[in-house]
Design a protein around this ligand. Structure first.
Ligand SMILES: Cc1cc2nc3c(=O)[nH]c(=O)nc-3n(C[C@H](O)[C@H](O)[C@H](O)COP(=O)(O)O)c2cc1C
Length: 207
């Protein structure tokens, strides 16, 4: 593992429990791969520009990558191409991904660049890589306590697989409005889940 791309998508920065867990996760990856570099992109505190007509036209026309309208898209896809591990820390906002992450998706999923349209459907053109998605939410959308739909998990899974990323692990920190003790219990559960991930296990424990 040479380069880890960390996407921060929530408004709370380092105060976010999800972001804190993602940082821990990156630290664990770096213990296993001390040479790995980390590129962090904070989509919430440094928002991407809103989609312009020129971008939409260039995308539909499948303009060449050096078209100025594709500059942001090229940079973001380039960051993915330069990395071999992806970590996303995202809150759930209104049952799905926050707007900041949706904008990243709209720049990164590009026909003829990050995916090809074939007779059989869309096929990813980027390399697969271990990918972790830490999702934090105020309420519950999985398990017995679920009281709301989840349009985030299957959506993000589909988005990432469209560009070729299939090696995915979701870590769900649910019910974070329930106070510190509950959040700690969720974090403990999440850490146990990470312990079992082959990309994170201590060397010699798992292949
Ligand atoms: C605009 C907005 C929409 C939200 N929508 C949901 C939601 O649909 N479901 C939910 O469980 N929590 C929702 N929340 C709560 C956030 O998911 C929660 O504040 C955040 O994820 C806390 O996690 P953190 O400590 O990692 O930042 C929403 C919060 C905001 C600001």
């Amino acid at each position: 593992m040479q380069r880890i791309l960390l996407l921060e998508c929530g408004p709370f920065g380092r105060q976010s429990r999800g972001s804190g867990l993602a940082q821990e996760l990156v630290e664990r990856l770096r213990q296993r791969h001390p040479q790995a570099q980390v590129l962090e992109r904070d989509l919430a505190s440094e928002p991407l520009p809103a989609l312009a007509a020129a971008y939409a036209e260039a995308l539909v026309a499948q303009a060449p990558g050096d078209d100025p309208a594709l500059q942001v898209s090229e940079r973001l896809i380039g960051e993915l191409e330069d990395s071999d591990c992806l970590v996303i820390a995202t809150p759930m906002h209104n049952f799905t991904v926050p707007a900041a992450l949706k904008l990243w998706i709209d720049y990164v999923l590009r026909i003829g660049r990050s995916f090809a349209a074939t007779e059989a459907g869309k096929v990813g053109l980027l390399a697969d890589r271990p990918t972790f998605v830490v999702v934090s939410s105020g309420g519950f959308y999985r398990g017995e306590q679920a009281r709301q739909p989840d349009f985030l998990t299957s959506y993000l899974r589909h988005v990432l697989s469209t560009i070729g990323i299939h090696d995915l692990e979701f870590i769900h920190l649910q019910g974070l409005v329930r106070g510190q003790a509950h959040a700690e219990a969720m974090l403990a559960q999440a850490r146990a889940q990470l312990d079992a991930n082959p990309h994170l296990a201590a060397p010699g424990v798992l292949p």
